[in-house]
Design a protein around this ligand. Structure first.
Ligand SMILES: [Zn+2]
Ligand SMILES: [Zn+2]
Ligand SMILES: [Zn+2]
Length: 322
C-alpha cells in the first residue's frame, strides 16, 4: 500500500519520493501573472476559502494570491497561496495533502513521530506535545522518541496520567487499524458519500474543530486515517465519552456476573434515548471501536493496580522522586 503511494508521487528529478511539502512548493508551484487592472473586478475566487484572490488571510497575515500547480501529472489547478500554506500547517492535512479539486497527491511528508526523523522535527514535535499535555519538554520527548538522554525525573502522578493517556491512544489507534474496524469504516464511507462529497471541496470545513463542541454529532468518515484516530480519540475522551466507556464497562461486568446478555445494541439504544441528537452511526461505530480497544485498556488498568509497570526507566524515575 505505502509503496504504491510512493511510486505515484515520483514526478521530477528534484523531488524525493514521497515528495515533501517544501519540494511541492519549490518544484511544482508558480505564481501566475496578475490579471490586468481592468480585469480585476471580475477576479475569480480561491476554491479553498471561496474568497477572491488577493484577499487577506488574517491568521497567516498574508495575501491569498494565485498559486498555480505546475509540472505535476493530473493537476493544473490554481489556489490561493495562503490557503495552500494553511493546509501545510493544519494537523489533519499537513502530512499528506491531495488537490482539493482533482485529488492528485500534492505532498506526503514522513511521519514526524518516527524515531528516525531528523532532530529539528523531533524538537518541534516534542515542544508541541509538551504544550498539549502541559508537561515538560524532556518528558514529552522521551515519550515520543524514547531517547535515553531525555529519561528525566518528573512527578509520579503525572507519569501515571501520561502513561494511561498514551496507552489509551495506542489502544484506540490499534483498534481503528484492525480489519474489522476498517471494514466498518468503509461501509460508513459508502453510506455517507454524498454528504462528504460536499465537504471534500472545502478543506477548511474538514477541520476537526467542531469536535471540540460536540464530538458525538460527528459524521465525516472521509478524513485521513490519522484524523479519524483523532476524531475517535477526542470523542471517547470527552465528558460524554467517559460515560460511554462506563456503560460499556458496566455491561461487560454485568455479563461476567451472569446478569444480562452482552450487547452493543442495548447500549446504543439506551444512549440514543438519552441523547437523541447524536449521530447513531457514530455511536454504533464508537462502540465497535470500544469492543476492540477495551481489553487492551483494561489489561493496562489491571497492570497499574499492581504497580507492575514495564517502563523500567520510569520506575527508576519514580524511585528517584521518592
Ligand atoms: Zn517533483
Ligand atoms: Zn483561499
Ligand atoms: Zn488539482
Amino acid at each position: 500500500m505505502s509503496s504504491m503511494t510512493v511510486a505515484k508521487l515520483r514526478c521530477c528529478d528534484k523531488c524525493d519520493a514521497p515528495r515533501t511539502y517544501r519540494q511541492f512548493m519549490q518544484n511544482h508551484t508558480t505564481t501566475p501573472k496578475l490579471p490586468a487592472p481592468e480585469e480585476e473586478e471580475e477576479r475569480d475566487i480561491c476554491a479553498i476559502c471561496r474568497l477572491p484572490y488577493g484577499s487577506e488571510n488574517l491568521s497567516l497575515m498574508m495575501l491569498d494570491s494565485r498559486l498555480a500547480v505546475t509540472n505535476l501529472a493530473g493537476c493544473k489547478h490554481i489556489f490561493g497561496a495562503a490557503c495552500v500554506k494553511w493546509l501545510s500547517r493544519d494537523s489533519c492535512t499537513a502530512l499528506h495533502q491531495r488537490c482539493p479539486l482533482c485529488r492528485t497527491e500534492w505532498w506526503h511528508e514522513k511521519d514526524p513521530t518516527d524515531p528516525d526523523t531528523d532532530d529539528q522535527t523531533k524538537h518541534t514535535m516534542s515542544e508541541q506535545l509538551a504544550r498539549h499535555w502541559e508537561t515538560d519538554y524532556s518528558t514529552a520527548r522521551y515519550f515520543m522518541y524514547r531517547e535515553q538522554e531525555y529519561r528525566h525525573v518528573y512527578p509520579p502522578l503525572e507519569r501515571v496520567a501520561l502513561l494511561a493517556s498514551l496507552k489509551m491512544r495506542q489502544a484506540i489507534g490499534t483498534a481503528v487499524m484492525t480489519d474489522a474496524i476498517q471494514l466498518r469504516l468503509r461501509k460508513l464511507q459508502e453510506k455517507y458519500v454524498l454528504t462528504i462529497a460536499e465537504l471534500a471541496y472545502d478543506p477548511m470545513e474538514v477541520s476537526l474543530e467542531h469536535l471540540m463542541y460536540d464530538p458525538f454529532t460527528f459524521n465525516n468518515y472521509y478524513l485521513s486515517a490519522s484524523c479519524m484516530r483523532s476524531a475517535i480519540y477526542q470523542t471517547l475522551t470527552s465528558m460524554r465519552g467517559e460515560r460511554l466507556w462506563q456503560m460499556y464497562r458496566d455491561m461487560v461486568r454485568g455479563t461476567q456476573a451472569g446478569h444480562e446478555e452482552y450487547s452493543l445494541g442495548a447500549i446504543e439504544r439506551v444512549w440514543m434515548q438519552m441523547f437523541p441528537g447524536d449521530e447513531g452511526d457514530w455511536v454504533r461505530f464508537l462502540l465497535q471501536v470500544l469492543e476492540v480497544a477495551y481489553p487492551v485498556v483494561k489489561a493496562d488498568e489491571d497492570a497499574r493496580m499492581y504497580e507492575n509497570d514495564e517502563e523500567e526507566g520510569l520506575d527508576q524515575a519514580y524511585d528517584t522522586w521518592d
